[in-house]
Structure formats: C-alpha cells, structure tokens
Design a protein around this ligand. Structure first.
Ligand code: SGN
Ligand code: CA
Length: 521
C-alpha cells in the first residue's frame, strides 16, 4: 500500500483570501502545480546550495520560502530517462525508457494523465526529449530534440514554428502566455516548465555577454578533485567527459574562427552551426564579447595545464551566464504568480533532470552514480507547508508523481515506485521513510563512454557495480571520503559493510523488480 496523503488540510488555504474579505466563498479547488525543471543544472551553481560561483536570488527564494532537499537523487542520470521516471514514478526498467535513443511509450500511465482525469488542466512547455509526442497534456509546446539556444524551433501541438529570441526567455514567455491566456482558469493547473539551459554547449544570452567584458570576469576556483588520476576506479579511467581531453575549444568554448576551425577540423560543423542560428544583431553582440577572447586564445597559444585551466574558466563563465538567465526568468514567473495572487495556491518545484560536473574529477557531463551527477537540486515551495527548511531525507525523482497525485487528492497507484513527499513538506518524515536509494544507468558507450552501472547509496555508504565491457565494484564511505576518490572495495576492514550493502542492493532490486539487474548479480 502506498502512503497516500490527501490534502484536505490545504484546500481551505486556496479560498482563504476570499473568505476573509467577507465575500461569498468561492468553490474550493486544489493546489496548482508548477514544476520547473532545467537541463544539467548543478546544485553547485545555486547559491541556496553553494555560494562559491554566483548569486541566484530567485532560485534561492524558492528554497527560503519552502524546503531545500540536500539529498535529492535521480534514478538514471541522463535526460530522457530522468524525464520518463518523473512522469511515471517508475524506474527506467519499468517505464521502458533506459537511454536517450529509446522512444517513450506514451500510452502508459503517467501522473499528468491521472491529474487530467481528476480535473486538472495540464501543460508541458520546453524541452521534452522523449521522442514520441506528449500524452496527458491539454497543451504542449516543446523544443524538438535537444532544442537550440538562439531563435529556437518549437512544436506547438503539431504546429512547428521558429521563435525569435533566447531559449530560456522564449520558453518562459510561452509558459506565461499559457498561464495568462490559454488555460481554463476555473480548473487547477499542472504546468511542466522545462528549460533547455544550461545544457551543452552552454550558450549565454547576449544580455549576459554584454554585462561585463571578459577581462573583468571573476576567476573560478578549481575544484579539489580537478586533477584526479582515477586510481582504483576503472570506469572513471574509461570515460570521455574530461575538460582536458574531450571539451572542444571551437565547439564547446566558442573559439569559432576560420584559422582555428581549419586547424581543428572535426568540430567545424557543430561549432559553426550553433553560431549560425543567431540573427545579425545577436551575432554582433556575440562577436563583441568572444572576438577579444578568440584573439587572446590565438596569441597565447596555451598548452598543458595552462590550456586545461583556461578551458575550465571559459566553461564556467559560459555556464554561469546561462544560469543567470535562468534565475532572471524564474524571477519573472515568481513575479507573475505573486501579481496574480497565485503564490498561495501553487506548489512550486525547482529541479534539474540531473546534476552536473563543474570540473570535479576534471569533468563536465553527468551519467555516473558519483554524487555530482547522481544528486540533483530540488527545492519545493508549498503554501501552508514548511518554509526555510533544509532536509537530508533521501528522496528521488520516482517521488514526484506520487507527491503531485497526493497533493491533488488522487490515490497513488500501487505500481508507482516512489513515495509522496508531502509529509516531508508539511509535517514530519514518516518513521518508515527509505534508508537507501537505487540507481541504474544503461547508456554505453554512447558519447561519453560511461559504463553501465547500478548501485545503492544510504546515508553514509555507496556501493556501485559497473558491468558490461568489464566488471568492477566500487565502495565509498561518504562520511570519510565525500569526493569519492578512495575506492574501498576489497579492503578487509570494510568486508562486513560491503556484504551488507550488497544485500541491500539485492533487496532494492527485488523491491523495484529490476529482473535484468538481478540476473547479472
Ligand atoms: C548531447 C551532448 C552530450 C550529452 C548528451 C545527453 N552532446 O548528445 O554531451 O551528454 O546530449 O545530454 S552535444 O554535442 O550534442 O551537446 S542529456 O542531458 O540530453 O541527456
Ligand atoms: Ca540533462
């Protein structure tokens, strides 16, 4: 039996403004749901979580007025799979979408469909990435595939058009237009606002480029693990997501110049095509910022560590600028809800499809069950719920669907694998809350050559098993080694603990019915 928490206690809040104004009480309706999800946004670059890189006042507001989850994780750290988990409340092996090249079976049960049946109006705007067309939405307007940053194409319920502007702003405009003009205002809504940013290739808006010249920009501190040599970690040795070796100056870092492009042939098309989506005014602003950097890059001819660290600085600069645009646009949405009096009857969720490496272990990208990519930012602001609270409870993206259904007073189907977070948001964590999390990643070799793996994490330890092209276990004591540099698998003093974690892994594989993984053990 699922924990179902019907929210009778919240419903009166919705009508509260009305009743105290001595008007005739309006019919009470359930809480709206605004689910904001970005793509590849690291918790490291949200100041509510981490102050090292930039200030994100609007994102921080959601945390300050709600609950910040410090132990929020995904079930499979890659876009499409993460989205499929969120929609179904089931791990990849159950919803069938294991890697980005799969096609989502849109005929299956999802929470937007169940909310629709319960009288909600549902919409999804922005990145979708599940290949098949959205189902269970009264309105959808999505970016085809990954989407592009400048003047993006959108598919509005089958009608394809190109919209001038920067993706983060355009996506926000579409969401605000739906909220204001397109929905049925008598119904509660559930809006999934999915940004493309800050996905690779981390292209900032021209407004951010114009804010400072590159010479005035701050220098970002190198993460402690930047020069990791991956000793004792076979899969980490195999990966192709290193800033030094796999991040490209032209394609990723925008050194688009004929001379450089000729010298570095293979990324010509990619690097140029991103740039060529811009109109002339955008390109002029772009050039004004990047041309002096290109000139400096050509003049200095950096190599070795100096080049690697230059790449890290450029990467961080572009990435952080993408986050500034996100934060501003989230501010626009919060302002709109406030102006319309909807902050009191809307659950606001902010999360990413997974975490991301900001140079930790020398990397960009995600996929690994190591903390930076297994974890994801999560903040929830529920009117009448807790405010300014941080929780360390282990939660996962399988929990979204049960949470939203519970909030709407809809019974959570037994085949959903997550649990409602409503008790954590409003009251106290149930005594029988989970003590461990399951993870399973499948996309190998693909672009970044991260091996297939599954694993278990509890509040202190993590056991990972990489399989397929080679086989190896890793075991970490996160209390002693939070950066996961010291693989303790096979160390005699941890023998009992490792056995215990192996048992826990099998227990979770049985609980979640991952037959394929069980057959591999
Ligand atoms: C693209 C990126 C990869 C990234 C995947 C998956 N390459 O293929 O770096 O890992 O997406 O990302 S790019 O050259 O096309 O940018 S995901 O978040 O969509 O799963
Ligand atoms: Ca992603």
């Amino acid at each position: 039996m699922k924990h179902t928490h019907l929210l009778a206690m919240f419903v009166p809040l919705v009508g509260a403004n009305v009743s105290c104004a001595t008007k005739k009480e309006e019919p009470k309706k359930p809480m709206n749901i605004l689910y904001i999800m970005t793509d590849d946004h690291s918790y490291q670059t949200i100041s509510a979580y981490d102050n090292r890189y930039l200030k994100t006042p609007n994102l921080d507001r959601i945390a300050n007025e709600g609950v910040r989850f410090d132990n929020a994780y995904v079930g499979n750290s890659i876009s499409g799979p993460s989205r499929a988990i969120m929609l179904t409340g089931k791990f990849s092996h159950k919803n069938g979408f294991k890697g980005n090249s799969d096609v989502f079976d849109g005929s299956q049960q999802t929470y937007p469909k169940l909310l629709q049946q319960a009288g909600y109006e549902t919409a999804v705007v922005g990145k979708w990435h599940l290949v098949s067309e959205p189902t269970g939405f009264d309105y959808w307007n999505i970016l085809p595939g990954q989407g592009i940053y400048y003047n993006p194409y959108f598919n509005e319920m089958g009608d394809k058009k190109r919209i001038n502007g920067y993706a983060t702003t355009v996506t926000t405009d579409i969401a605000l237009d739906w909220l204001e003009n397109k929905r049925t205002k008598e119904k509660p809504f559930c809006l999934l606002l999915h940004h493309k940013a800050p996905h690779r290739t981390w292209m900032p808006d021209t407004t951010e480029l114009n804010a400072t010249s590159w010479e005035e920009e701050v220098e970002f501190p190198l993460p402690e693990t930047f020069y990791d040599n991956y000793e004792g970690r076979m899969a980490a040795q195999k990966q192709k997501m290193s800033i030094e070796k796999d991040m490209h100056e032209v394609y990723d870092l925008k050194m688009v110049d004929d001379e450089i492009v000729t010298a570095q042939k293979w990324m010509d098309a990619g690097g140029k095509s991103n740039y060529e989506h811009m109109d002339s005014a955008q390109a002029a602003a772009w050039d004004k910022y990047y041309n002096p950097i290109i000139a400096d890059y050509k003049e200095k001819k950096r190599s070795g560590k100096e080049l690697t660290e230059w790449k890290f600085q450029r990467y961080m600069n572009d990435y952080v600028k993408c986050i500034r645009s996100l934060d501003n646009n989230i501010g626009r949405v919060l302002d709109y809800l406030e102006k319309e009096g909807m902050l009191d009857n809307t659950l606001i969720v902010y999360t990413s499809d997974q975490g991301f490496y900001m140079g930790e272990h020398g990397w960009f990208d995600k996929r690994f069950m190591y903390e930076e990519s297994f974890r994801t930012p999560l903040m929830m602001r529920l009117p009448g719920g807790k405010s300014g609270v941080v929780t360390k409870d282990l939660v996962q993206n399988i929990d979204f669907a049960p949470t939203f259904l519970s909030l709407a007073g809809v019974e959570v189907p037994n085949d959903m694998q997550g649990e409602s977070l409503i008790p954590i948001l409003t009251d106290k964590t149930p005594d029988d809350w989970r003590n461990s999390l399951y993870y399973h990643y499948y996309e190998y070799p693909d672009e970044h050559t991260v091996m297939k793996h599954y694993g278990v994490r509890d509040q202190r330890y993590k056991l990972i098993r990489f399989y397929g092209d080679g086989d190896s276990y890793e075991f970490y004591d996160l209390q002693e080694d939070p950066r996961e540099m010291n693989n303790l698998y096979g160390k005699a003093e941890y023998k009992d603990k490792i056995e215990e974690m192996k048992k826990e892994l099998v227990r979770l594989q049985q609980k979640y019915d991952d037959q394929n993984a069980l057959s591999l053990n």
